[in-house]
Design a protein around this ligand. Sequence first.
Ligand SMILES: Cc1ncc(COP(=O)(O)O)c(C=O)c1O
Length: 399
Amino acid sequence: MKDRYPIFNQHKDLVYLDTAATSQTPDSVINALQNFSETAVGSPHRGLHQMSIKATEAYLASKLKVARFLNVPASHEVIYVKSTTEGMNLLSFSLRELVQREHNIVIPITSHHANILPWQRLAEGSGMELRYVEGDETPTYQHAYWEEAVDQNTDIVSVPWVTNGLGIDYCVHHIVDLAKANKAISIIDGAQIVAHQQIDLTHLDPDFFLFSGHKMYGPQGIGAVIGRRQLLEKMSPYQVGGDMIEFVTKKTATFAEIPKKFEAGTQNVLGAVGLGAAIDFLESIGMDKVSQHEAAILKYAFERFKAHPHITVYGPDSLSRRKGLIVFNINGVHPHDVASLLDDLNIAIRAGHHCCQPLNTYFQVPATCRISFGLYNSKADIDALMDGIAQVLEVFQIE
Ligand SMILES: Cc1ncc(COP(=O)(O)O)c(C=O)c1O
């Protein structure tokens, strides 16, 4: 698979184990971006000339691909945003009129900051309580903790399908059902799942589902909020300005229908084209194959890490509740030292708090290392990593 990614021609020895942060771009996505830039640049929705019409068609075609790829139900709408982060900000702002003071918002302690800070702000401004689902020493999915946290006064339940800080695969079906039973709005942060397994939103039926294109082999700067139309219609726009209006007077404005109401300003058509090409790429491989490939690498790496006398692995013990990544530390070596020594060997891993500081505080582990997998990874990459870790131990004279 590496041969489909031009970056590995430029960096032949690169072992890239940071897909959870940003994935590398395949040739077909690069070609689609170039082709569009050379043939069809124009402002979407506005002009009556050829270029504008082509841009509009490309933008809408990309949304149709998203709808097909995720089996988006007819009751939902696809809204393009910059990223999952922007999507969460949109929701926390635009839902504020649909929630009640003294009610609560429920999120897990394992959340990325993108699923924390927007809710902190909503709670602060509205007088709501922000509740965290925690758990035992190692947070993992246990339904009982969710049942304890979600009640009749819960207005919003927002959960990452897979956590970037531990790689926990949450049982989102149960969480969506629990939210529904309590008449709460369910939000799924899909940033760490879309590139890794087949998603069926018609079956899952959450109120909102969010993801970022750059974690699924698409370009940076494009993502989506997929939302229930019934709710979107009641929500006020997040940003205002061009392209999202029906009529404007000196003092007032009425807004366009959804999704335009939530897409102010000139949209990222190039990003939308790249996202569509990334979906074509994943579909040409087949999501079952994608999942199998990554599961095999995860298992190989997990078993080697668990058997290693100097490595502490964080998160669930069982592989069945894990997806896409492993968070760990080399005992006695700071994660930043591990990452920079590995970088000298052309091995890219992530080190730090992974935008999950409340989780780190909960664990009392200020920083960790993380490896995460994509289609270009193979068992040989894990072998190279294990050799690299042996060299790190040598530098620190750990036997
Ligand atoms: C689970 C999760 N949610 C949200 C985000 C934020 O994504 P973005 O930076 O694309 O907005 C990330 C990024 O790492 C993530 O892993």
